[in-house]
Design a protein around this ligand. Sequence first.
Ligand code: FO1
Length: 330
Amino acid sequence: MNKTILSLSGGVGGAKLAHGLSRTVSPDYLVIVGNTGDDFQHLGLHISPDLDTIMYTLAGVADPERGWGMAAETWNFMEAISRFEGPAWFKLGDKDLATHVYRTQALKQGLGLAEVTRMLSRSFGIEHRVIPMSDDPLQTIIATDQGQLPFQDYFVRLGCRPRINTVEFRGSDRAHPHPDFVALLNSRELGAIILCPSNPFLSIDPILSLKKVRAGLQSAAAPVVAVSPIVGGKALKGPAAKIMEELKIPANNLSVAQHYRDFLDGLIIDSGDEHEAQVIEELGIKVKVTDTVMLSMQDRIDLAETCLEFALNVNPGVSPRPPGCGGHPG
Ligand code: FO1
């Protein structure tokens, strides 16, 4: 396909598919947009966890067990900071630390997050384009039974234990999506939009909350397909299923389809969930049933190929896209 593929991704789960896409689509024809709602300032450093997870995964240096951070990491900095009773709940490995220091310094010098991400990507030997959803600040804030929590406090410090009431994307009314992202959404050169199997409520919704993005997806000439992060009623990684239950949304693929209903042409669900296909197709969304669990590099490539083939076969414009039915919060 000589058109550009746009993929939207959060952290670990999404980065695996982005990695598969990067092995399938040449650098000139793939743009990966990363969520920055998880970004925060920690120990004076600007941390962009999802961008780093995407970059480390594409570069083949991500820790294979954790999915985030770098492989063969050492933790001398964490040990040293713990001695001063510094905050040790968010683990910054020694090698990973260099990324945060470099980014923080470059931002302080006035560079935008996209430019810094481009420089970091190049240093890691990544040829594909990884861009932040926006250069502007946007903070995912979770309203819980323990009060309002910035994303990493909820996710890492409190281990997703608080019950979620609502999710807010603070700054989304002022934040502009990266210009290349908007241009691509409106481009005739766009071949497909692929939503990676990231948490719809915490990782994809921040991207959708930006001005013009949801409308851009609704009006895009290219097909929009998503890979569901829900398998057998559970999230493969992270708290998606727990959050859905707390938001009183059944933890299944139909809910994912309903959440993206206003712009989605096709949903890829796992082989074990085939029984859900019919009810999702009744929404006017095509379904592809395949193995979505990515354990090996070959799994990532296979799923990427399936996404591309499926995108070619779903017909945008056929799906009913009722205005304003974007699903539950976030
Ligand atoms: N996740 C954790 O569960 N614990 C950590 O200590 C942690 C540190 C960390 C450092 C750098 C980085 O890029 C990511 C890190 N993550 C950690 C992952 C991150 O919090 C989440 O996976 C994402 O924000 C959600 O996509």
